[in-house]
Write a protein that binds this ligand. Structure first.
Ligand SMILES: O=C(O)CCC(=O)C(=O)O
Length: 686
């Protein structure tokens, strides 16, 4: 069906190229050719050029970028969108075919619904639906005149310029067009961005390229041709030279030129690339391109330095690199450097005005005389002992054949005693304990930092991260007192459960600012003894304990839903695991020699097949209050179960003591775990 033109239709191909157009080198002209293979051809035929300037901010890591730039808070995917608006967009390797970049215009595909084919090319898995959050958000920004921040990654080959860093902030852009195209048999969404500030030369323009035309000399009259489709009565702009197409994916004439599919090679129409939107003061961004967080933090206000906003990243005012808050006191530019990179001397350490207990504790008088606890029947109910260790309440959770968790519940008398939890909370905030955030070794997203600060004293210990250890001879007084309390709690809990007490020789201190936490993990390293004791100071926290995925489901995780993962070699069939009765019966038959290994495995596979594996429900839920002590005892507890802790307020410390087996430690480090307590550092349980 041939298109019916609108009243003001002009023949676009006849129109002269107007002022306001950036003059293009031959190479750039060639880039306008947008066949699937064309871009690669252009890339190899043309040497990579230098850019003329430097980005206003940059980053070598995605995590650092997202932490410091509020308009680009997405660690995966190309678009940062929130509540119906697109705020930031990354142009990297996968803009897709028919992409375009020059100094002022960017044409790219918006992500989603993609997978990689055998050659590593992105292919659409399904149609991009106009109703998806990505599509709605980009339209939301266009309609609301919200400027979008663009970042260009060094994997981008369309620009064909040498980019100085892995991620480079470009500028603010307005969304001028959002439309659908056909990609293979599916349809995808494309967007045209236009730089907001046309008066200044873009830093990514080619070195020695001419200045842009001044605004007064620009022609804002050029318009894209727009034609109404005869079939669906929707107007679509003319984007390609080869002919006009209806761009409404629901129309029978979608993506057809004069009733036939368009050729493989398409070239952008000059009006589509050359038109510029007249200046419009209503088009504004939500944030500064390079935010200045530091100027908003009043260091003398007591509740600022540990607040959520204060552990965001910043842009280094000296070298413009995005840096994360890795240190308890603040930011250090060279800490987030890539190895071998020149380091920048910038550092900003906060005043760290001590946080008062009153700010973090909700109880009217800081702590109750006796803590009343209502147990939720959904979780394990502990044995309660109010007598043996008075004034503590002792709650014991027994996990059959696995171990026990003992919770010593503190109160006002214990907390307010001299050198007790109230004093320790204040003392731990004096001086520099050496707390830092470390990189998580097994994180899915490379470079992710822990969401808490840590420092280790005594024997070296590696938990989710590798932390340097300082000797106990360097430990502040407050830590030795804590060690006294944790040794007391470990001994009492282990003796009550009939185990063997091994005095701790390592103390890991975690510090949590507002909204920090520790996700599910275990403390099951082979170098550790069976007891782990934690002392809570400051804000209340919730500790959750659950069975590990593979012990709950009887098999490891599998990517494909419904497929069965690797079966457990030695299934402990824990109480309340999935298919507990069936798994126990099969195990007994196998152990009794009634069924072969093959039959045992086949029967388990048949049992699990078709059931999507899921995380185990929470077995134990504990509220950890200021002054409380928790002792986990039993090697199998760490083997079969995992725990997480989510604090609630602006500051919490968790000090955890363990016994590290000396034969797992370098001889020259053993000394670090040696300590002796003065009589008043030894805790008497009061
Ligand atoms: O914050 C806490 O109470 C727990 C800390 C913890 O799980 C650990 O040190 O392994």
């Amino acid at each position: 069906m041939s298109p019916r033109t609108t009243a003001n239709r002009r023949k676009a191909t006849d129109r002269p190229v107007r002022a306001g157009r950036i003059s293009k080198t031959k190479k750039e002209q060639a880039l306008i050719k947008v066949s699937p293979k064309g871009l690669k051809l252009v890339e190899s035929e043309n040497p990579i050029e230098q850019v003329c300037g430097a980005p206003p901010a940059w980053s070598e890591g995605r995590q650092q970028l997202c932490d410091a730039i509020p308009w680009f808070r997405c660690t995966q995917g190309a678009m940062y969108h929130s509540e119906g608006f697109c705020y930031g967009f990354l142009i990297d390797a996968d803009g897709g075919i028919r992409s375009y970049i020059d100094e002022e215009i960017i044409v790219t595909r918006i992500g989603g619904c993609c997978t990689k084919d055998s050659e590593g090319n992105l292919v659409l898995e399904k149609n991009q639906d106009p109703g998806t959050a990505l599509v709605q958000s980009i339209i939301g920004s266009q309609e609301s005149k919200l400027a979008v921040g663009l970042v260009i990654g060094s994997n981008n080959k369309v620009l064909n310029r040498r980019l100085p860093h892995r991620y480079n902030i470009m500028d603010w852009f307005r969304v001028t067009n959002v439309w659908f195209e056909k990609l293979g048999q599916k349809h995808c969404v494309k967007v045209r961005f236009e730089k907001l500030n046309l008066a200044e030369k873009s830093w990514w323009a080619a070195k020695d390229s001419p200045l842009p035309l001044p605004l007064q000399q620009r022609n804002f009259e050029t318009k894209m041709e727009s034609i109404m489709c005869q079939s669906c009565s929707t107007e679509s702009p003319r984007i390609y030279n080869e002919g006009w197409m209806c761009l409404d994916p629901s129309c029978v004439d979608f993506w057809r030129i004069e009733n036939v599919s368009p050729p493989v090679e398409l070239t952008f129409h000059s009006d589509f690339l050359n038109f510029r939107s007249p200046p419009d003061p209503a088009v504004q961004p939500s944030y500064s391109l390079v935010p200045d967080l530091l100027s908003t933090l009043d260091e003398n206000a007591t509740d600022v330095s540990t607040s959520r906003i204060a552990w965001k990243g910043i842009v280094c005012p000296m070298c413009f690199k995005c840096i994360r808050r890795t240190f308890w006191q603040g930011w250090k530019c060279d800490d987030d450097s890539v190895l071998g990179q020149e380091s920048c001397p910038f550092q900003k350490f906060m005043n760290m005005t001590p946080v008062s207990l009153r700010v973090v504790l909700d109880h009217f008088e800081l702590a109750p005389i006796k803590r009343a606890i209502l147990f939720d029947q959904k979780f394990s109910i502990p044995e309660i002992d109010d007598i043996s260790f008075f004034p503590y309440r002792k709650l014991t959770y027994n996990l059959e054949g696995v171990g026990s968790i003992t919770h010593f519940v503190s109160n006002r008398t214990i907390n307010s005693r001299k050198n007790g939890p109230d004093d320790l909370f204040v003392n731990l905030q004096r001086g520099d304990l050496g707390l830092k955030r470390f990189r998580i070794q097994s994180s899915l997203v490379a470079g992710t930092l822990t969401s808490h600060f840590a420092v280790n004293y005594g024997m070296p210990y590696k938990y989710v991260v590798s932390v340097d250890s300082k000797g106990f001879d360097e430990a502040p007084e407050a830590m030795l007192r804590t060690l006294g309390r944790l040794s007391w709690a470990t001994e009492k809990a282990v003796m009550s459960s009939g185990g063997t007490y091994l005095p701790p020789n390592e103390l890991l201190t975690l510090g949590y600012f507002e909204e920090m936490k520790i996700g599910f993990h275990d403390d099951g390293e082979s170098s550790l003894g069976p007891s782990i004791a934690t002392f809570s100071l400051g804000a209340k926290a919730t500790m959750l304990v659950r069975m590990k995925y593979k012990y709950f489901n009887g098999a490891t995780r599998r990517v494909e839903s419904n497929a069965v993962g690797n079966l457990l070699q030695n299934d402990p069939v824990l109480k309340d695991c999935k298919f507990e009765a069936e798994r126990r019966e099969l195990k007994e038959e196998f152990n009794a020699g009634e069924i072969s290994q093959e039959d045992y495995d086949d029967s388990r596979r048949a049992l699990f097949k078709g059931h999507k594996g899921k995380e185990a429900p929470t077995t134990i839920k504990m509220e950890l209050h200021h002054g409380d002590l928790v002792v986990m005892h039993g090697e199998n507890l760490q083997k079969y179960y995992e725990h997480s802790v989510i604090p609630e307020n602006k500051l919490r410390f968790a000090l955890t003591a363990r016994f590290v087996k000396p034969d797992h430690v370098n001889a020259n480090e053993i000394k670090k775990g040696e300590f002796s307590l003065t009589p008043d550092q030894i805790y008497d349980g009061k």
